[in-house]
Ligand binder design. Structure first.
Ligand SMILES: *[C@@H]1O[C@H](CO)[C@@H](O)[C@H](O)[C@H]1NC(C)=O
Ligand SMILES: *[C@@H]1O[C@H](CO)[C@@H](O)[C@H](O)[C@H]1NC(C)=O
Ligand SMILES: *[C@@H]1O[C@H](CO)[C@@H](O)[C@H](O)[C@H]1NC(C)=O
Ligand SMILES: *[C@@H]1O[C@H](CO)[C@@H](O)[C@H](O)[C@H]1NC(C)=O
Ligand SMILES: *[C@@H]1O[C@H](CO)[C@@H](O)[C@H](O)[C@H]1NC(C)=O
Ligand SMILES: *[C@@H]1O[C@H](CO)[C@@H](O)[C@H](O)[C@H]1NC(C)=O
Length: 576
């Protein structure tokens, strides 16, 4: 059952070649497509630098750019802070957008600027500031940005030439991680949503937090522990995740908000959007990064419950975790990440059909509105904004990687065109206040550089992914998948890295045929068939592919048997 998801995952990150499709395109069409991708990647590069250079000119070292007035905002302490409470008096920012841009600079091949930025941060960044920050936001943006950049600065590619890098980003990350730890000092081990970087948890701090807030820490904090050798970060995040999981209902559903002191739910309704989204994402990605069965088991149960209780055709509504009854029939812009996650799982057809609905909505409005009422077919009256969210671009990137269907390139082109048409101003890229009027708001979010530009660029130019497996955090920061971070090497991989293709393996791979259709009950007697996958192992290519259709399992939307291609990859698209 493990390999079901992994097959496609491998397809994405190891095989970037279109050879799996036995379609011979004419050479002319091929080269026109290649030229288009080059042109588009150049356009995206220009977008990134327009955002970046304006930030550096008008906002750095503050947190984010206000592109309309060409000034800055020290917004790290405002993230997630809807009522803008307890804002610091003496806080000058943490160069948030620069930290968020680091991995994008590397992906676009700008090593000189990357090096300059790394050295500036090494010299000048401090977290000893009297600022109350949102743990989740600071983790995914700042800790994730630093950890990812540290790895990119020290991998074998010698991006830094001056020899001045002595793990400074890792020291900064470790310092930040230590400042996170007091947040976990609660009766449940679930972390407070807010912490003051200098003084720790504030008096009378709210005990309310979200599922994402407790369940989206393991990638960054786990990576930090692996890099520093200090187990406290990973262990705090893991404990919180386990506690959260223990709070699921008998339907394997979770709510959206909870109390960290009592471990009780506050909001019982949840879906796949705001407040919950990255919880699901981190279960599967943690499984890929750390190779633990525990994460896979949680993910599989959670994923099946989502498909069973939230899905309605290509749409996902919300439901009450206790009864599974639908609550809100709303589509939110954040949900557009889900098809990307489904690509990692291997549910390409389900991903494709949901993605299409988001694309139609994008085309209808020019961008994606924050919230759309499915039952009334209208915009939510107070959430008509589009703050440059990257989730549709992200899913488009994943779907193109998995299918190489040129249609996704056109979707990417349409996203690029809309962004340039509606949101580009002289001083950067501005958020949209109201998609019906296209009025702008004076804010360029750091995720525009960390995610939007990165995923669009990778859609058109994936050379960064060619010789390495990466997973991307929920903020788009790449973390390499390394066998040394895995619990244990799968038994059928020899210690010298060669894999053994045995009958035994073929038999065990059969467990992938476990159905994931919402309508079917799970056979729980499969545990003995659970296998470890070699697919995560960076240097063990080739021998973990499917050999027969039985290896490939069933698609969760259509309930159709997926098939094994000549090249050994699972997919439903081979029928078409
Ligand atoms: C913030 O910047 C102002 C103006 O440059 C400076 O006077 C102040 O000392 C700075 N505050 C902190 C906490 O660094
Ligand atoms: C790197 O970024 C800097 C700052 O935007 C720019 O001046 C430089 O031309 C870029 N270099 C490359 C190779 O893109
Ligand atoms: C750190 O900031 C100071 C003041 O802005 C600047 O002069 C110095 O060059 C910075 N350090 C690096 C390595 O860029
Ligand atoms: C914390 O709450 C208590 C009880 O409501 C109150 O007396 C105290 O002033 C509060 N402290 C702060 C710093 O707000
Ligand atoms: C995606 O859906 C469209 C429309 O139903 C279909 O034409 C296309 O073949 C599908 N692509 C994949 C990869 O499933
Ligand atoms: C790896 O180990 C296996 C089993 O010990 C052996 O058969 C194989 O030749 C080794 N491969 C290499 C490349 O050393």
């Amino acid at each position: 059952m493990l390999c079901r998801d992994i097959q496609t995952w491998v397809l994405i990150f190891l095989v970037i070649s279109p050879t799996i499709f036995n379609i011979s395109l004419s050479a002319g069409l091929d080269s026109r497509r290649a030229a288009k991708k080059r042109r588009m990647s150049e356009k995206v590069r220009k977008m990134f630098y327009h955002a970046y250079d304006n930030y550096m000119t008008y906002a750095f070292p503050h947190d984010e750019l206000k592109p309309l007035t060409k000034t800055f905002t020290n917004s790290l302490s405002e993230l997630g802070n809807l009522k803008l409470e307890y804002l610091p008096q003496k806080y000058n920012g943490s160069a948030l957008t620069l930290i968020e841009s680091l991995s994008s600079l590397v992906i676009m091949g700008n090593n000189t600027e990357f090096e300059k930025a790394v050295l500036w941060l090494s010299d000048n960044l401090t977290f000893d500031v009297d600022a109350r920050i949102n743990l989740f936001e600071c983790n995914i943006r700042v800790l994730g940005g630093l950890v990812s950049s540290h790895i990119l600065a020290t991998d074998s590619t010698s991006r830094l030439v001056q020899g001045l890098y002595k793990n400074q980003l890792l020291f900064l990350a470790e310092d930040l991680g230590r400042r996170f730890l007091p947040a976990f000092d609660t009766p449940t081990g679930l972390p407070y949503a807010w912490i003051n970087l200098k003084y720790g948890v504030m008096e009378n701090e709210t005990t309310e937090t979200s599922t994402s807030g407790c369940g989206s820490l393991i990638l960054e904090m786990g990576a930090l522990s692996r890099l520093t050798g200090d187990p406290r970060f990973e262990s705090a995040a893991l404990q919180a995740l386990r506690k959260l999981w223990s709070m699921r209902s008998s339907l394997n559903l979770l709510g959206t908000t909870l109390d960290v002191a009592t471990g009780e739910w506050i909001e019982y309704s949840s879906g796949i959007g705001a407040g919950v989204d990255s919880f699901y994402e981190y279960l599967i990605k943690a499984h890929i990064l750390f190779g633990r069965d525990e994460f896979w088991r949680m993910f599989q149960s959670a994923y099946l419950a989502v498909q069973k209780y939230f899905r309605h055709g290509p749409w996902y509504h919300e439901a009450d975790m206790r009864t599974g009854k639908a609550t809100y029939w709303q589509l939110t812009s954040l949900q557009a990440f889900w098809p990307g996650l489904q690509v990692l799982v291997g549910d390409i057809a389900a991903a494709n059909s949901s993605h299409r609905e988001f694309v139609y909505l994008w085309e209808k409005f020019g961008v994606l509105p924050e919230r759309y009422l499915l039952d009334h077919q209208m915009l939510h009256p107070t959430e008509k904004y589009y703050p440059l969210r990257p989730e549709l671009a992200e899913s488009t990137f994943y779907l193109y990687q998995a299918t190489k269907d040129p249609w996704y390139i056109e979707v990417g082109e349409s996203i690029v065109d809309s962004l340039n048409l509606y949101t580009k101003v002289e001083g950067g890229f501005a958020s949209i206040k109201d998609v019906t009027t296209m009025d702008l708001e004076d804010h360029q979010h750091s995720f525009f550089l960390a995610e939007m530009c990165k995923y669009l660029y990778l859609l058109f130019d994936d050379s960064f992914l060619v010789d390495r497996n990466y997973i991307f955090t929920t903020e788009g920061h790449p973390l390499p998948v390394m066998s040394s971070w895995h619990e244990r090497i799968p038994t059928y991989i020899q210690s010298n890295g060669t894999s053994v293709k045995s009958e035994n393996l073929a038999k065990r791979a059969h467990a992938m045929s476990l159905r994931v259709c919402p309508a079917t009950t799970l056979n729980s007697g499969h545990s003995s068939q659970r296998i470890e996958s070699a697919c995560h192992i960076h240097d063990a290519r080739g021998d973990h592919r499917c050999s027969t259709d039985d290896d490939c399992g069933v698609d969760s939307t259509t309930c159709r048997q997926r098939s094994c291609s000549m090249a050994g990859y699972c997919g439903l698209w081979f029928f078409v």
